[in-house]
Ligand binder design. Structure first.
Ligand code: ARG
Length: 656
């Protein structure tokens, strides 16, 4: 059910004789902002009037005269300069609402032309612990998979894990040099993560020592440039002064940036040098980053010892990931990581060279794209293949073997350039896969800095989930009397509430924006939060318990005819209308693969329900037919909220 789509297609027919391309005008039919204008509004008469050089209200009248809509809407009204207001007939809305009762799909018909989608998401680089940065990809990707499947597409969720990169060289170096065998035997995941962090920290320190003098030189250069630019601006006047001031401002920003980098490097150095034992360790392992890179290179070249270590580590890392996904309720159809494509990489480069798409440049193999400064590097001068080569092999595999039509890459905004080059190269290469980069912004702390732990490290995903559940448990405890719910039941709910809060808070933001991570906001019992939605769901369930009936019984009493649904108060009609918007909202989500309209719909549905419940008695309504209708609206609301949350990957319990 999608009234908007239906009304638009009727407008398309009405407009066709009036203008060559009605599509932009048809797109000007929207849900009405305010119920007093009806349910839908068309703003297309004004631009059409301009094109036809006629008064807009006359054009609106002409459109209406051609509009075949009497079966669906009350007679359209013209308002103001030429807005066309449409209101669905109550009889239509009541009949369609009655038909939704007991319909698992809430009136959503499967798409006419299903496609096969690959959704490439989560994709952590393993052997490093998962952190908050992986949250967004994981949560957004999972929700998109659920929505695409629900509307009838075929979906393969694919975890393109980074299981072949430089981090393995670090872990191998760490394992050979710093292993705590006892810790490894007891908790191998933790020990591998420790080794990774240790090598990473040493490399960071050594890098900072090398970089610091360079940074200082750059600082003085920039400072001089900024100063002379300011002086020049001082002398100048008019537009030139403005321009020079702007340039000086830009240089001052750069100075501040370099200062920050220097502070970071000094910090890294100070941390190590205040700890003589650690300093000695760093000195005993000079140029550790190069050593680690050599281990990675050996692994890639098929070195037996390194390969054996990799094979030992992989299942350990995978098990840790699996546990995280289990907890988050996320399943992958495929986990084809970077290593899977390794045997195909040489063939990819050869093929691109043979077709003249890749060319040599300074010993490296590159694909140059028109209008792009940076080439796509597919083989480095030392012979190593890259992330790009792997992604090309992945596209070939997705087209030839998986027979996919489309692929969504749910990856952060910093990789935008990579994906632009990748998609352009794949197209040149002849692989026509409808590829989209589903980009997203960062998670920030309350000071709008990258969300980090107090000690400045990245926030581990596991500890984040744990904290969510601990905080949710306090909410659960506050909502229940002693003895009302046992400990394990409370813990189950706390897990659902904690994870629901995190997921909802992430999904409700437009994916491309950064957002501020706030425990208090995401776990609030009122407002646009997962917690509120879950409790709203349970509250609807509570109405049935209070009325000593069940949703099943209420549904059984329904006949499926328009007579089941009575609109005696505007809030009943508004609630029914809101539930029917589901189809429009799903369509909106899929235009740009953005889950946020779905959270907005859930919130509006909960609010429409709240208004309904304030004005309309249910259990105590004396009129049998009206009471029955209201119970059915409660049942539909519960179904709507549950379905919407399910599509976001958020669980609910009937009793919370
Ligand atoms: N492992 C990569 C990273 O952490 C993300 C991979 C995304 N998927 C892809 N096909 N490139 O940055």
């Amino acid at each position: 059910m999608n009234y908007l789509a239906d009304i638009r297609s009727r407008f398309a027919r009405a407009l066709a004789p009036l203008i060559d391309d009605p599509a932009p005008l048809v797109a000007m039919v929207h849900p009405a902002q305010d119920a007093k204008f009806g349910d839908y509004q068309a703003n297309c008469a004004m631009p059409l009037a301009k094109a036809l050089k006629k008064p807009p209200r006359d054009v609106a009248a002409e459109i209406i005269s051609r509009l075949d809509i009497a079966d669906l809407c009350d007679p359209p009204e013209i308002a103001g300069p030429g807005f066309i207001n449409l209101r669905l007939k109550d009889s239509v809305l009541a009949a369609d609402t009655a038909r939704l009762v007991g319909d698992e799909r809430l009136g959503i018909e499967p798409v006419a032309a299903p496609k096969k989608y690959i959704v490439d998401f989560s994709a952590p680089n393993i052997a490093k612990p998962m952190h908050v940065g992986h949250l967004r990809s994981t949560v957004i990707g999972d929700s998109l998979c659920r929505i695409l499947r629900f509307v009838g597409h075929e979906v393969l969720s694919d975890n393109h894990i980074g299981d072949w990169g430089t981090q393995f060289g670090m872990v191998i170096y760490g394992y050979r040099n710093f292993l705590d065998q006892e810790n490894f035997d007891q908790n191998p995941v933790e020990e591998l993560a420790r080794l990774y962090r240790l090598v990473h920290q040493i490399a960071g320190y050594q890098g900072a020592v090398v970089e610091l003098p360079q940074l200082r030189a750059r600082l003085s250069e920039k400072e001089t440039a900024a100063k002379s630019m300011s002086e020049a601006a001082e002398q100048a006047s008019g537009p030139e002064k403005k321009d020079l001031n702007r340039k000086a401002g830009k240089l001052r920003d750069e100075v501040a940036g370099v200062r920050e980098e220097i502070a970071g490097a000094e910090d890294k150095i100070a941390k190590v040098e205040s700890n003589p034992a650690f300093k000695a360790l760093c000195d005993a392992h000079p140029r550790i980053a190069d050593r680690a890179r050599e281990e990675t290179a050996k692994l890639h070249a098929g070195d037996e010892a390194n390969r054996a270590l990799w094979e030992q580590f992989m299942p350990i890392c995978q098990a840790a990931l699996d546990e995280m996904y289990r907890r988050m309720g996320i399943a992958f159809d495929l986990t084809l990581g970077e290593s899977f494509y390794n045997p195909m990489l040489a063939g990819v480069v050869d093929d691109l060279v043979r077709r003249g798409i890749a060319v040599e440049s300074d010993g490296a193999m590159c694909v140059f794209q028109e209008g792009k400064k940076a080439p796509f590097l597919i083989r480095k001068s030392d012979g190593a293949f890259t992330y790009a080569t792997t992604d090309l092999a992945t596209i070939k595999y997705r087209v030839e073997t998986l027979k996919a039509d489309a692929a969504l890459y749910v990856v952060g905004a910093p990789q935008a350039e990579h994906f632009e080059l990748l998609f352009a190269t794949a197209k040149k290469w002849g692989y026509h896969l409808d590829c989209r980069h589903i980009s997203f912004g960062s998670v920030l702390d309350e000071n709008r800095q990258m969300f980090r732990t107090r000690s400045g490290g990245t926030v581990g995903l596991e500890s984040l989930l744990d904290e969510a559940v601990t905080r949710a448990r306090q909410i659960v405890d506050a909502n229940h009397e002693e003895g009302e719910l046992d400990d394990s039941a409370r813990q189950v709910i706390a897990e659902i509430v904690g994870l629901g809060a995190i997921k909802y808070a992430d999904l409700k933001h437009n994916r491309e924006s950064d957002y501020v991570f706030s425990w208090d906001k995401m776990l609030a019992m009122t407002g646009d939060t997962g917690t509120y939605m879950q409790y709203a769901c349970a509250r609807v369930g509570g109405i049935f318990r209070k009325g000593e009936t069940t949703r099943a019984a209420v549904r059984k009493s329904a006949t499926g005819s328009a007579d089941d649904i009575r609109f005696t108060h505007p809030a009943e009609r508004a609630l029914a209308m809101q539930i029917h918007r589901f189809g429009e909202v799903l369509a909106e989500v899929l235009v740009d693969f953005r889950p946020s309209p779905l959270t907005a719909w859930l919130y509006e549905t909960a609010n429409a329900f709240s208004t309904f419940y304030t004005h309309c008695k249910v259990k105590d309504e004396p009129d049998d037919a009206v009471r029955k209708s209201r119970y059915l609206l409660c049942d539909l609301t519960a179904s709507a909220l549950e379905k919407g949350l399910e599509l976001l990957g958020i669980q609910v319990r009937e009793q919370m």
